[in-house]
Design a protein around this ligand. Structure first.
Ligand SMILES: [Zn+2]
Ligand SMILES: [Zn+2]
Length: 711
């Protein structure tokens, strides 16, 4: 129904007499009118001036104008559900035309009559014409994307910022679509090519940044390794124990993603480098390890902890022949659950994994274990495990340096951070960005812990033993906490025997409650000063921390400070003192304009908050800002240079990358592939598949109700 009130007539009059300096201004005008009234709009018919081929007439229509075309109204067998009908032949429109004489656009025709109900502003805001992501929102979205915030959470944040869902201007789906489109554009040159360009750009900014890649004869990416200067320094300081895990294949090519990690002076995870490897052959892993060694000045780790991958094992044997190698207990535990369904047997097996005894003892116990449990099948998992017992039996690793690590799955570790939010649809570029985000988080945490260690000391009581006070000044706070435990344990020990020699005194020490377990502490004296102290439990050698037995003897000797031989520099704040600090607070590089934007945003936020306090200052601020927005449009014609996120690799790619293109890796079939085939066979059979019990392998019941299951 047509509104004929005086107000409506006045509004109509105002509209038909409005002029615009551009077509776009007309569009924006009609758009804001439509939002206010409760309908959406669309660009319609236009005419061009034949003389200059410029648009001289434009029709803006209600979005419900016209009808869906007949050909789209037929029922089709399509996967996608047909869209809701939106058009109902509405005739509302605004036509604007260009007047050459006044050089202005004027309203030529205006129909304000709709044949449908109009919405309210909080429903109209969801119509397509009223949605869009502003440039400022795009920069926010980028920041959030890099910080690993999910899209629906981004939506919540933007909504909070603008003060309601009807004011934000976009929906979560718009954010999804925008990010997807951006990502697609980013890797338009190919995923592998983009990653390599990105790494090259990084190398240009950081000359010590190292990366190397390998391609096959056709040019497909086959292997990639990278490590920045900070990672290399970390390895120099903390490369005694190297941990890696190749079991994660979280990218669309199904390639193993192999981070090289270790422990820093605070026992936090540090990263030494990262690899992605395509062919799962010993040669491929050997290439990765050799590349790693080349960057790290051929420094071999003392010990390596890996998952159970056989290919990886043999590569480690050949590249790190003198390093201790241990399999991650977490992976073995997982295999125990899969292979040993009898909890009693599993418990017995675990003793080999954790209990320290002598090697002949292990051999004897193993024979007994196999006989008692009647394991005769040579292919059984336990037989395979026996074959590689050197890699996992605790007895074979007594006294070897692992810093107390048994597994590569540290709950608080980078691994868990790195492996969350990963999925099989990820591109290599996604993976690289995710890695950089994790590393950036890790470095922030490290800086925070460093700050605590540098600006405070852990609490010690006034009358604490001078050794404890010395320990505070020597070790990092995390390590001090461990050392303190050992210092406080001295009251648990007794001396069993003292063998006094000329310059070597041997103390035989035991726990008060367990006198049969004795430890031998050797004390070397040089003219009444302590020269060296060693314990047969070898905790110092394994973990770099002196044991309670040593502290017990130091107490007898009335020592005031911890002897030098008992302070491993890797656990002190001086661990990295040999290297200049190069830790950066951000992993990313931004364009100059974005840097300026950030600074201005901080300033304007503070200014806006202040201005919002009174009406007058609010109006003044609004005026200044509106003027700026109007003015900046004239100056900034260079829309293409607008960059919302970190500087992209393409920027430097042109001149630095003229060689052959690097093709994306070929997708590796997962190890589970043959299994899938078998599954298909099952499905092909007309007979219904009977489920087997996981425990006794009989059909008719499942593991939970199995009577033969011990547990
Ligand atoms: Zn309409
Ligand atoms: Zn000891």
């Amino acid at each position: 129904m047509v509104d004929l009130s005086a107000e409506a007539l006045l509004e109509y009059d105002q509209i038909v007499n409005t002029t615009f300096s551009s077509e776009n201004e007309g569009l924006e005008f009609y758009k804001s009118y439509a939002l206010k009234k409760g309908f959406g709009i669309r660009r319609g018919y236009f005419e061009k001036d034949k003389a200059n081929n410029q648009v001289c007439l434009r029709n803006f229509v209600c979005c419900q104008q016209g009808f869906r075309e007949q050909q789209h109204m037929k029922k089709k067998i399509k996967k996608r559900k047909p869209r809701n009908l939106t058009r109902c032949g509405c005739r509302a429109k605004m036509v604007i035309s260009f007047n050459k004489e006044t050089v202005q656009w004027y309203v030529k025709d205006f129909i304000d009559e709709h044949n449908h109900t109009l919405g309210t502003s909080d429903t109209t805001c969801f119509l397509r014409s009223h949605r869009g992501i502003t440039d400022a929102q795009k920069t926010d979205i980028f920041e959030m994307e890099i910080a690993g915030i999910r899209k629906h959470q981004m939506m919540d944040i933007l909504e909070m910022q603008s003060g309601g869902y009807d004011k934000v201007g976009c929906t979560a789906k718009d954010i999804y679509n925008y990010c997807y489109k951006y990502k697609k554009e980013t890797i338009v040159d190919g995923d592998a090519e983009t990653v390599v360009s990105h790494l090259k750009a990084r190398q240009e900014r950081d000359p010590d940044f190292f990366f190397k890649y390998l391609t096959d004869e056709k040019g497909h990416l086959n292997g990639l390794f990278w490590s920045d200067a900070q990672s290399q320094l970390n390895y120099e300081a903390f490369g005694d124990v190297l941990v890696f895990d190749s079991t994660y294949r979280t990218n669309r090519y199904n390639l193993p993603f192999v981070p090289f990690v270790g422990l820093n002076q605070h026992r936090s995870t540090v990263i030494f480098g990262c690899g992605i490897i395509s062919r799962e052959t010993t040669q491929a892993y050997e290439w990765l390890l050799k590349t790693f060694l080349a960057v790290m000045s051929q420094k071999h780790p003392v010990s390596v902890i890996t998952d159970g991958d056989l290919v990886m094992q043999s590569a480690i044997r050949s590249i790190f022949p003198s390093s201790n190698h241990r399999l991650c207990t977490w992976h073995i535990e997982r295999n125990i659950i899969q292979n040993l369904h009898n909890s009693k047997i599993a418990e017995e097996f675990r003793k080999f994994l954790y209990d320290c005894c002598t090697i002949p003892e292990v051999e004897r116990k193993w024979e007994d274990f196999m006989e008692r449990n009647k394991v005769s099948d040579q292919n059984a998992w336990v037989h395979q495990m026996y074959g590689m017992r050197r890699l996992w039996c605790a007895a074979y690793h007594v006294g070897k340096r692992y810093l107390g690590l048994k597994s590569n799955q540290r709950s608080e570790s980078l691994n868990s951070k790195l492996h969350t939010h990963l999925d099989s649809r990820m591109t290599l570029f996604d993976l690289l960005q995710h890695y950089e985000h994790c590393v950036s988080n890790m470095r922030r945490n490290e800086a925070m812990v460093d700050s605590v260690a540098l600006h405070s000391t852990p609490f010690t009581e006034l009358d604490a033993w001078s050794i404890e006070k010395h320990a505070v000044s020597v070790f990092t706070p995390t390590i001090f906490a461990l050392v303190k435990e050992k210092i406080h344990s001295v009251s648990n020990y007794v001396t069993v025997e003292i063998l006094d020699g000329f310059d070597l005194t041997i103390y035989v020490v035991a726990m008060k409650e367990k006198r049969d377990r004795k430890f031998r502490v050797d004390v070397e004296m040089n003219e009444s000063s302590l020269d060296g102290i060693r314990c047969s439990c070898r905790k110092m050698e394994c973990d770099g921390i002196p044991c309670g037995h040593i502290f017990y003897v130091l107490n007898i000797l009335n020592a005031e400070i911890i002897p030098k031989c008992c302070v491993d520099s890797r656990w002190t704040m001086g661990a990295k003192s040999a290297f200049a600090p190069i830790r950066k607070s951000s992993m990313y590089d931004y364009s100059q304009s974005l840097e300026r934007y950030r600074e201005l945003r901080d300033l304007s936020q503070a200014a806006c908050l202040k201005s919002s306090q009174t009406d007058a200052s609010y109006m003044r601020m609004k005026h200044v800002l509106s003027e700026m927005i109007g003015a900046s449009d004239e100056g900034n014609n260079d829309k293409e240079s607008l960059c919302y996120g970190p500087v992209l690799p393409q920027a430097v790619q042109a001149e630095s990358h003229s060689e052959d293109r690097i093709l994306d890796p070929l997708q590796v079939k997962s190890r589970g592939a043959p299994k899938k085939k078998r599954m298909k066979g099952f499905l092909d059979k007309p007979k219904k598949r009977k489920r087997k019990c996981m425990s006794c392998k009989k059909t008719g019941h499942d593991r939970r109700t199995c009577k033969e299951q011990v547990n």
